[in-house]
Structure formats: C-alpha cells, structure tokens
Ligand binder design. Structure first.
Ligand code: C5P
Length: 252
C-alpha cells in the first residue's frame, strides 16, 4: 500500500501543474468501466493516462474516445512490431483515435521505424512516437537466447540511437537507463515506468526508483500505475506524488 498524506489544499499551484504534464497514470484494468471510474476519481489532478494492450483489446476504441472526451491526453501503449508497410498502416489506422503518445518496438529495425515515424508525422494530429528498446523483463541471458550478445544497457543504447536516427521522438526506458539515454540523446523524450514513491509496494517490479530519482536522471514523463490506482484514495496518492515531483524538480 502507498502511505501518503492528503495534500493541504486541492487547489492546483503552478509547480504542480508542471508536474501534472509529467505524470502518466497507467490504467491497467480488464474493462472500461473500472478504468473510467479510476480516471474520473483522478480528474483535476491527472491529465495523462496510459492505455495498454489489456485494456485496449478488452474495451476497444471507446476507451480512448471516452478519455479524450473528458479532455485527457492518451498514451496508447500498443508496442507495434511488424514489417514496415504494416507498421506504417497501423499507425495511420490509429489516427482516428488521436493518441498523444504511441509505442513501436525498436527491434523492428531501421526501415520499420522510419516508415512508422513518417506515417505518424503525416497525420493531422501526429502522435509522438516512442521506441520500446529492450523489455525490462529481459536480462543478459534472455537476450543471448535471442542471438544478442550485448548487455541489456548496450542493446538499449544501440536501439535508442537507431530510433532517434529514424525520427522517433523518444523511448520508454527504466529509470536505471534514463541517465545514460539522456546523456546520449539529450533531446529524446524519455518515458519511465518502474516508479515507486518511497515506502510503496514494489509489486512485481524489480528495478524501481522514486519519482525524484527518475526526474533527476533525465526522465521526461513518469508512468505510474498501482501506487495510484490501487491506493485507498487514488487522488490523494496522485497529489502526494505530484507535490513531490514539483518539489524535486520544479523547473523541468
Ligand atoms: O503498476 P505499475 O506502476 O507497475 O505500472 C507500470 C506500467 O508500465 C504498466 O502498465 C506496465 O505494463 C508498464 N511498463 C513497465 N515496464 C516497461 C514497460 C511498460 O512496467 N518496461
């Protein structure tokens, strides 16, 4: 459980509003009603939500349109990975949903990344395209089994550079990799899951960091799920995290 005191006041201040642009709440729910109920509890504090494969495949387009109708920004985390023509067509097909952030697998290679980035830029409401590099569930041995002899961090850097060369806007990375990526690619948008406020349950996450650590390492936006969505009072948990983010990094 997250232990967090409710904020002294619910009135937003300018620093918190800046942090609000940098917090993405992961709506990992099996169906739309629970996801929307959670988003509605957080209304006024949180404006970015991540919809992953589980929720999108269960709820379909309507979950995106409902979040957009409420004025939220949507990170659609579908991790596209296919031949260049199909990946680009998928990006164009998702245009109707107007996602603000969208993911593709960097392992799809230069041609696929370039085609996806060109497709995204051609849309009337272009999403920012993020590369998934090495899944955080993979270690050196798992990479070796797929024929990759590099260490995870070497492979992350190689794929991140490739994605940047192909015109992608940024990467999803763990807080542990954020500093290396920020120094190699200072203009890239770095979105980091694996965030836990001090004292919160790690759950199934292994390599975790506090919001302050991730921001100091150069993360642009933080993805946080259960420390907020499973809290007894999700809005209070979100506001406590936003206040900490604003204190730790008020100007970024
Ligand atoms: O509940 P929690 O804060 O662990 O949720 C983190 C979110 O970020 C989940 O939606 C998870 O799928 C996603 N994610 C992750 N690690 C990655 C990529 C995405 O935890 N490498």
């Amino acid at each position: 459980m997250v232990t967090s005191a409710p904020p002294a006041s619910s009135a937003p201040n300018p620093a918190t509003q800046t942090s609000n642009e940098r917090l993405i709440v992961a709506l990992d729910f099996p169906e739309a009603s629970a996801a929307l109920a959670c988003a509605d509890k957080l209304a006024g504090s949180v404006s970015w939500f991540k919809v992953g494969l589980e929720l999108y495949l269960a709820a379909g387009d309507s979950i995106i349109s409902e979040l957009k109708r409420r004025g939220h920004r949507v990170f659609l985390d579908l991790k596209l990975h296919d031949i260049p023509n199909t990946a680009a067509s998928a990006v164009r097909s998702l245009a109707r949903l107007e996602p603000d952030l969208l993911t593709v697998h960097a392992a799809g290679g230069r041609a696929m990344l370039t085609a996806a980035a060109e497709a995204a830029r051609s849309l009337p409401h272009p999403p920012r395209l993020l590369a998934v590099t090495v899944l955080t569930s993979m270690d050196t041995a798992a990479l070796a089994e797929t024929g990759v002899s590099a260490s995870p961090v070497e492979q992350v850097l190689r794929l991140a550079r490739l994605a940047a060369e192909c015109g992608l806007d940024g990467m999803v990375c763990s807080p542990a990799e954020a500093a290396a990526l920020h120094s190699a690619l200072p203009k890239a948008l770095l979105v980091t899951p694996g965030i836990r406020p001090a004292g919160a349950d790690a759950g199934d996450q292994k390599r975790i960091a506090t919001p302050q650590f991730a921001l100091a390492a150069g993360a642009s936006k933080l993805v946080i799920g259960r420390p907020i969505t499973a809290a007894a009072d999700p809005k209070a948990a979100a506001q406590a995290i936003l206040s900490d983010m604003a204190k730790s990094n008020p100007t970024k």
